[in-house]
Design a protein around this ligand. Structure first.
Ligand SMILES: Cc1ncc(COP(=O)(O)O)c(C=O)c1O
Length: 385
């Protein structure tokens, strides 16, 4: 019999839309959270060389020492924080790192506080551990940035973990350093542990995003290569755990993951050692695309009450269109040939929205915008409340 836990797990709508859009001709894809750039050649060359050199066996479950050292060096270089490689566990993408963090921390009934909107998969990670979700509302009017006072109203002695994500999916919001510091203090006072998903770090267009590790060692950090180095299909990430948790994380990793692929880890070393220029280039390109799309949304007659500071998403309010967000996504797909992701998957505060990804070329974005403008020209927008 299918377990109750499996029954409670919801599908990931972005992947459903992608599958549907892939069956259609001539669709501009703005639904997926996947860079359209090629992986930097030096990374591919390093992985191919590793394959040719026979690096095809298991590695330590914690990951290759050289890669863990390169990750530690990255924390030093980028944030000026000292992270011992002993606290770093290499994983097959940041998703397994999330699973390791939750499996290590959460018992049935434990409370996990996260923002709403949230990354659509988070509630399912909590469900896998039979945890309990509690959310802090974010709004476009505040740029979808959290205010520590709002967290303070939700976090209490019942709270076991705070899950933070900046730059955020689906909003692109970037939390400032002071807010992160306040949330760390709040978590400490409640004896709760912070899990910080930093997978979009490197992709922020104002101030660089801060790591939670700048404010505490007592937090889990989930990160990976997918987004910043255009390596989604490589499946490589890592978890930084507080020292007293590492052994337990590793036990679960040994049993469930064994290790991340050997030669892929060699690609990861090359990415960290030589990927800074690539990241500078793609960041500039994403910034241009964001600026373009933000100004286009207004031409569509829709409202975007904030400017996202990072990642590659806009959360666009479509409540002025007839029907709900699913109808709006259908309309964009069927009438404009543009695939987007309906907001409800990302929480109640994204219910009236579409998530639009600008991880696509300037030409495709221009084409999508023109198509949307044409399709919406015949639609009577409802007056906003
Ligand atoms: C916020 C967030 N965390 C984690 C992930 C998973 O990324 P990975 O490819 O490293 O598993 C994603 C992917 O879209 C994401 O948006």
């Amino acid at each position: 019999m299918v377990s109750e836990r499996a029954t409670r797990t919801t599908p990931f709508a972005a992947m459903d839309v992608l599958e549907r859009a892939n069956r259609m001709d001539d669709v501009v894809h703005l639904e997926v959270g996947e860079p359209d750039f090629d992986t930097p050649p030096a990374v591919t060359e390093a992985a191919v060389a590793a394959l040719r050199a026979g690096e095809t066996g298991y590695t330590s479950s914690m990951g290759k020492p050289e890669l863990r050292r390169a990750i530690a060096d990255y924390y030093d270089r980028r944030y000026g924080v000292d992270v011992s490689p002993d606290r770093i566990v290499v994983t097959s993408g940041s998703s397994p790192a999330l699973l390791l963090a939750f499996s290590t921390l959460i018992d049935p009934g434990d409370e996990v506080v996260l923002t709403d909107p949230y990354y659509a998969c988070y509630p399912n990670f909590v469900r896998q551990c039979d945890g309990r979700l509690s959310t802090v509302d974010l709004s476009a009017a505040d740029g979808f940035r959290p205010d520590a006072a709002a967290f303070a109203r939700t976090v209490d002695s019942e709270t076991d973990a705070l899950l933070l994500n900046s730059p955020a999916n689906p909003t692109g919001a970037v939390f400032d350093g002071d807010t992160l510091a306040e949330l760390v203090t709040l978590a400490e006072a409640a004896d709760a542990t912070v899990i910080s998903d930093e997978v979009y770090h490197g992709l922020s267009y104002g101030e660089p995003a801060h790591s939670v590790l700048e404010y505490t060692d007592d937090a889990f950090v989930v990160d990976g290569f997918s987004k910043r180095f255009a390596m989604t299909g490589w499946r490589l990430g890592w978890l930084v755990a507080p020292p007293e948790y590492v052994d337990h994380v590793n036990r679960i990793a040994q049993n469930t993951l064994i290790c991340a692929p050997n030669f892929v880890q060699s690609g990861g070393i090359a990415a960290l050692e030589s990927g800074d220029d690539f990241l500078d280039d793609v960041r500039e390109t994403y910034r241009e695309r964001r600026d373009f799309l933000v100004s286009e949304v207004e031409k569509w007659g829709l409202s975007l009450d904030y400017t996202p500071g990072g990642a590659y998403y806009l959360l666009v309010d479509v409540s002025d269109l007839p029907g709900d967000a699913f109808d709006a996504a259908d309309f964009f797909l069927e009438e404009a040939g543009v695939a987007t992701t309906p907001g409800p998957d990302f929480g109640t505060n994204a219910e009236d929205c579409l998530r639009i990804s600008y991880a696509n070329s300037a030409e495709k974005l221009a084409e999508a915008s023109e198509r949307i403008q044409d399709a919406l020209a015949g639609v009577e927008l409802q007056a906003a409340d």
